[in-house]
Write a protein that binds this ligand. Sequence first.
Ligand SMILES: C[S@@+](CC[C@H](N)C(=O)[O-])C[C@H]1O[C@@H](n2cnc3c(N)ncnc32)[C@H](O)[C@@H]1O
Length: 236
Amino acid sequence: MNRRPGPQAQPFETRAHRPGHRPAVNPYRDAIGDFGQELIPTEGGRERKGRWHEEFGRVAPITLELGVGNGSWLGTIAAQEPESNFIGLEIRYKRCVQAAEKLRAAGCRNGRVVRWSWFELEDLFAPGELHRIVIHHPDPWSSPSKAKHRLIRPEFLVQAASLVAVGGELRLKTDFLPHRESLVAGIVGTPWQLAGTSDDILAAGAPWPDDIVTAYQGKFNRAGLPVYAARLVLAA
Ligand SMILES: C[S@@+](CC[C@H](N)C(=O)[O-])C[C@H]1O[C@@H](n2cnc3c(N)ncnc32)[C@H](O)[C@@H]1O
């Protein structure tokens, strides 16, 4: 369990559809339900738990991306690896639509975007259902007083270990070094093993082949700032 603490602890579906959510102000909200197969609205998430192979019409390793942004990574990787299935989570309506448009433009049938919170993965996936979890530039919440909002916490590593099959992996790219440090420190006592790190992907490479630069990663590259990475694998 890795639910966000405090009032945010209500299930995501409840919070996502609370009255007075100003639907007229956000045209992308309605677009979510009408988009088509690439974009699954929040209310369609829970019913797919443990049955994602049915959604794709085949059994294939599933990679989950948390916080897809505009979908720059998801659309590229889904086209590059047609033998795998890809699911991207995102909470912002506009970014959900942008990411789904990337999948459609690339002609990918092996990718889906779900409007869902990364704090509630256990409602969306069964134990061992995933092969790989990737996280690119999660929000830093750099102030210590806001640290409780961070995704990268010990609870997350424990939860991720339950959702990924043995031999699977977890990848992190971040501009915020404490995220990478928390991830590496947090594997103690879990089945995760450190398989590689990088202190500057642009200068020294990533701990995986053929790194795909995301929209946020590009901003840090252009500013000459390092992007840190870590790769974990799940032992038996
Ligand atoms: C800094 S952006 C990085 C976007 C993209 N991964 C990239 O590297 O270009 C972080 C993304 O995470 C999304 N996000 C924040 N909190 C989230 C949550 N609880 N569940 C899912 N996505 C979330 C934001 O809306 C945003 O698109």
